[in-house]
Ligand binder design. Structure first.
Ligand code: KG4
Ligand code: ZN
Length: 361
């Protein structure tokens, strides 16, 4: 059997990722340039700056990727690239580079939906255990979705966030809390910083958070309430302690633990509804089998959140999976793997050489 190699390019947000993966799920190289530190310094992502950084590094990422894989470009079967959703300026850098490569090498170009790539990534490591269809909880900096995954290009949305994504809430709250004044958190994203700070909590119930959409009988999410509640609580605490403008409240560890618990509880509450929906025989989804649950996206890195979801799924006799941590957050591997999935599903049968018809959407 001949192996196929797919080169994947990811530039939807602030990570420049290029990787090569084969049909057996082996990663031959994985180059990732993060812009995190740069954007933290400026209080958030500035799209034109993100675009400049992608431009400055993409060529180098590609060259390193081939060297590390010890492959010649002619050996690639196809080029996969994120073409949606994301920051348009960032997406364009990856797409233009991918088009140029595909044309030069005369290889097909496979467009990849970024969230679908997150959803399928766990299969790269566990293809025999995670068969289609499965239930997926997608939690990242831009999205929060529960979806039934039947294959590449075949996702059915059960619910999604009505406002913020959980990672976005973590990032904004970490910034408001000024966690970045602590040197150990400077190079981290908000979610990581909050997870770490929460580990040293003394009194995790010191702050009260609402359970969002408690009365709604659907699978949607909302994080705006938790976020605004956080801003109010931090402000009140700062007043009480007369925290200086560049300072941080004294019990920030307790605050972070409470916040993490609140986000966890909301995610569990909605996932429980989705599991019950999947298990209802009249919906004819899984027959007598238990659905498999996959948690993915950057927030799936969080051990507190993942353990809670795993425990919940266990109560329904469902197995849970998440990608290896290094592949939970944005990277080129998941884009390359989605390309492989397209080849495996034959959905790339009409391998696309119509480069100019593939655009950001
Ligand atoms: O999937 P991802 O890398 O990019 C998007 O597609 O959005 O997710 C990034 C998000 C960030 O908002 C970050 O705060 C969050 O994932 N994140 C975490 C953790 N690591 C990253 N959230 C909670 N706990 C973590 N350990
Ligand atoms: Zn992502």
């Amino acid at each position: 059997r001949r192996l196929s190699y797919v080169l994947g390019i990811e530039t939807s947000c602030d990570d420049t990722g290029i990787a090569i993966v084969d049909t057996d799920g082996r990663v031959h190289s994985n180059v990732l340039y993060s812009q995190q530190e740069f954007h933290t310094r400026y209080g958030g992502i500035i799209p034109p700056r993100a675009q400049d950084l992608h431009r400055a590094r993409i060529e180098d990422a590609y060259n390193r990727c081939l060297v590390e894989a010890d492959l010649r470009p002619e050996q690639l079967t196809a080029i996969a690239v994120t073409n949606r959703p994301g920051l348009p300026l960032s997406l364009l850098v990856g797409l233009r580079f991918a088009r140029h490569l595909a044309r030069k090498l005369q290889k097909p170009l496979l467009p990849v939906h970024h969230m679908e790539a997150h959803a399928l990534q766990a299969r790269m490591e566990n293809i025999s255990a995670i068969s289609f269809p499965f239930l997926c909880l997608l939690i990242s900096g831009g999205h929060c979705q529960l979806a039934l995954v039947r294959g590449p290009g075949r996702l059915t949305l059960l619910g999604q966030t009505l406002d913020d994504a959980p990672g976005e809430a973590f990032d904004k709250i970490a910034r408001r809390l000024r966690l970045y004044v602590l040197p150990q958190y400077r190079a981290w994203n908000g979610g990581q910083a909050i997870e770490h700070a929460a580990q040293s909590a003394v009194c995790p119930d010191a702050y009260d958070f609402p359970l969002p959409l408690a009365q709604q009988r659907n699978c949607n999410f909302s994080f705006a309430g938790i976020k605004n509640n956080s801003f109010r609580a931090i402000r009140a605490r700062e007043r009480l302690e007369q925290t200086p403008p560049d300072g941080i409240i004294s019990n920030y560890n307790d605050f972070c633990a409470g916040l993490l618990q609140a986000v966890s509880r909301h995610l569990m509450h909605r996932t429980q509804r989705a599991l019950e929906y999947c298990l209802r025989p009249e919906n004819g989804l899984f027959g007598d089998a238990s659905p498999t649950l996959v948690v993915s996206g950057g927030v799936a890195n969080n051990d507190v959140i993942y353990r809670n979801i795993e425990h919940l799924a266990g109560q329904y006799n469902c197995r849970s999976y998440r990608p290896f941590k290094r592949y939970c957050s944005d990277n080129g591997v998941m884009i390359a793997w989605h390309g492989i999935e397209q080849l495996l599903a034959n959905s790339a049968q009409h391998l696309r050489f119509d480069y100019h018809n593939i655009d950001i959407q």
